[in-house]
Design a protein around this ligand. Structure first.
Ligand SMILES: Nc1ncnc2c1ncn2[C@@H]1O[C@H](COP(=O)(O)OP(=O)(O)OP(=O)(O)O)[C@@H](O)[C@H]1O
Ligand SMILES: [Mg+2]
Length: 166
């Protein structure tokens, strides 16, 4: 009998400005399905980010130290080109509500159009994170709301330092 061992790698792309507990939940679930989870921070975004790509990568690395399967990368350009470069064929995306579905469906089908070998899988976060987004977390934080349960402690600290709210 012959044994084949594949290192299954998945890419979890996003802007992660900043990482939230929702992202972290999806990453953790991903590590139970894949041998390697490559979190890929998208560069060159239109929106003015709060954290640079490097800062976002450092935060993700700091918050996933207990997960040896996780690697932190960044990319610009097409996701399918990045995936080819790193030798991964699965994209992981998180779906919070029906509202995410339409956009995610479009992206997944476009990526399939660009590279038929790329599969996208959708994962659901724990219910308590279904309303959490980076945008909303930043907005609530700026207005002085308590987001301690929604982001990792390192992210909270960095938001405090960056946006100077006590
Ligand atoms: N709380 C969450 N639960 C599950 N999936 C999530 C959550 N937040 C984001 N995702 C998913 O993670 C991927 C990357 O998302 P992205 O970096 O755009 O985060 P975001 O929180 O939506 O940020 P923004 O508010 O800036 O759009 C997407 O597939 C998105 O649907
Ligand atoms: Mg989003």
């Amino acid at each position: 009998m012959r044994y084949h061992y594949f290192m299954r790698a998945a890419v979890y792309p996003g802007s992660f400005d900043p990482l939230t507990n929702g992202h972290l939940d999806i990453i953790r679930r991903g590590t139970r399905l894949f041998d390697r989870v490559l979190v890929a921070v998208l560069e060159n975004e239109g929106k003015a980010p709060v954290f640079s790509v490097g800062e976002r990568m450092e935060l993700i690395a700091a918050c996933t130290r207990d997960m040896p399967a996780v690697e932190v990368h960044s990319f610009s350009g097409l996701l399918v080109d990045f995936m080819q470069r790193v030798g991964a064929s699965v994209v992981v995306r998180g779906i919070r509500a029906v509202s995410d579905y339409e956009y995610e469906l479009q992206m997944a089908l476009m990526n399939r159009e660009l590279n038929a070998g790329v599969e996208t899988i959708f994962m659901l976060p724990a219910v308590e994170y279904t309303y959490v987004s980076s945008r909303l977390v930043k907005e609530v934080f700026r207005l002085g709301g308590d987001i301690a349960r929604l982001v990792p402690p390192q992210v909270l600290e960095s938001l405090r330092a960056r946006l100077q709210v006590v």
